[in-house]
Ligand binder design. Sequence first.
Ligand SMILES: [Zn+2]
Length: 733
Amino acid sequence: MRSSKVRPVHSRKIDTENEKKGKRFSLKMQKKLVVLFMAVLLAFVTLSVRLIMINKENGENYKKQILSQQTYDSKTLPYKRGDILDAQGSKLAYSEKVYNLVVDSKMILQSKDALEPTLAALDACFHVDIEEMRKYIVDHPSSQYYVVLKQLSYEEIAPFQEMQNNKKEYPNIKGVWFEEEYRRVYPYGSLACDAIGFTTADNVGAFGLEEYYNDILNGTNGREYGYLAEGSNLERTTKAAKDGKIIVSTIDANIQGIVEKYIAQWNHEHEGENAYRAGELGSYNTGVIVMDPRNGEILAMAGYPAFDLNNPRSLSGNGLYTSEEIGAMDNDAYYEALNELWRNFCISDTFELGSTAKSLTIAAALDSGCINGTEQYYCSGVYEVSGHKIKCNRRIGHDMLSVSGALEQSCNVALMQIGQSMGADLFMEYISNFNMGLKTNIDLAGEARTDTLVYDPANMVASDLAISTFGQGYNATMIQMAAAFCSVINGGYYYQPHMVKEIRNPDGSTVEKIDGRVLKQTISESTSQTMRGYLANVCSIGTGNHAVPAGYLIGGKTGTAEMYPRKTGNYVVSFIGFAPIDDPQVVVYVVIDRPNVQDQPYSSFAQEIAKNIFTEILPYLQIFRTEEISEEDEQHLIDLGIIPGKVGETPEDEEGEEGEGGEGEEPEEGGENEAPPLETDPETGYVKDPNTGQWLYPDTYEPVDPTASCLDGIGAMVDENANPVMGEGSLRQ
Ligand SMILES: [Zn+2]
């Protein structure tokens, strides 16, 4: 059916109605209408004249009244910034409503009897300096917005509001009101400070999650409009504020707490006046990342030293500066120091990875088919590459090593030969695929760029490739290494590391769930399986055995990287490990930047921290022990509260036997017949003089020079302008 047939029917109907209406407008009605119109017009004119009169006569008064109430009549209703929750729902950050006490001198002085009663009420409730207040009000009679006190809690202002509302008893309290705003609160203080970040007063996030998710956490302000209606009644219309969204972080506050406890413990043990660098902290920085290799979630991320998120502009309280030093700082120095403190070492600082990167090199060589794992390599302690004699960690050499053995013993010479079998192009292709030179794009503010800190294969010379195989030469951030390592052991899947797993509406309903994102495959499943076996060997029979927690098998790799410039004795020591070995569920990465000890490179410090962290977080993550534990270890676990104490034994007995570590150990280690065996460093083969603690060559017992370089001045891929750790001036000297 066509519509044209319908239309005339309708129009005819309308025409008919109009005709009827026209008929109804009789002459009589038209006259009435004119009269009504005239009446309305007259009323309008009268009103206008009246208004003009009012304005002329009383305009000043009206204006005063409106102006004096303007601040409360049209006020901003602040939105509430969204919470940051941890993975278990604990609040890491939230916003709490607070009140600023505002005084309106003009309003107070407008009525004759308001000043003294208002001052008395302020004194009674807030203990303000009455004389000062009176002076301010009298001296500034036209002031309408004077903030007397800031960020008061509701409990603090309630008594005053009660008096204010009690017009019978207190009719003359005038010109005081409360401006609402929100204050950001971090209930855990310094916990996860680098990762969370903080906000400035006007809800601008600085660093960490607060900065990265600023727009999501923020809402929009509302407004309340007021106007004077008939009889001077105040009418209001309100446009409600829209609160910000909530983010649920992947950080687990319990794991984060364990991590920070052991970072602090280690640093406290190596700081102070008796330390090697007297008066300094235990390290320039100590970073730890705990990551779930099955989805890229960051369970903990910490740097050292920390700062209090509730008071981020304080430089004191963390041992970094004395009050004299802080007092002597000018503004620039102060902010430079603060910025240094706020930096997130785990994502913002780059360094040469060192031997942990050997896991990437061997995975690449296996995966590309350049080696098959049956090869044998000879290490004499030094290997010559295009005229450079590049030393092994173990200066006395490793003799013959298998591929697994090369990783277990962390042999530079074997790694250099493995690198040669790949060639620069293929090696760099894998290294790029492990995301070296690229940002991980973790959802945190401040990730460093590393694109200028890796080699261009076209310009690589043989020695560049050689030192790259053992993690020197190119630079990366901790988060880059953690993400790359996860792919080595999880089947080859490179997950984008992330810190937020859910975004919620203010009412708690879900806006978005953020799951793990696989960006690429770095190596095959079978290469990954082989690597898990090799890395397990590192911790069971190789250099990583100091990191193994009692009762578990773990896999991992140690790292020692000589810092640039070479031969200054400065090292970054590290350990990266995972558990369980057949089904990795957690990766722990510990990096200590220049430990405060004389012999930085001969250390298992990073392993010690990793072991302590594993010991506590594995049971917490419900990863259960598979191995026997010694009585000593059992007691340690009882002391930590991880396993219950034995029934029938008193704690005194236990402490008497195990405490102090004195009686029980000596006969065991010392033996009755000979001098105690010398401690040998597993990576270098050096032995420790039991009397002086000095490292010695095992054959000559000559003291080792800690500044002797294994790289002998071979240049690093260092762009001093782009690199915050290596760049001069940015070091915390
Ligand atoms: Zn070697």
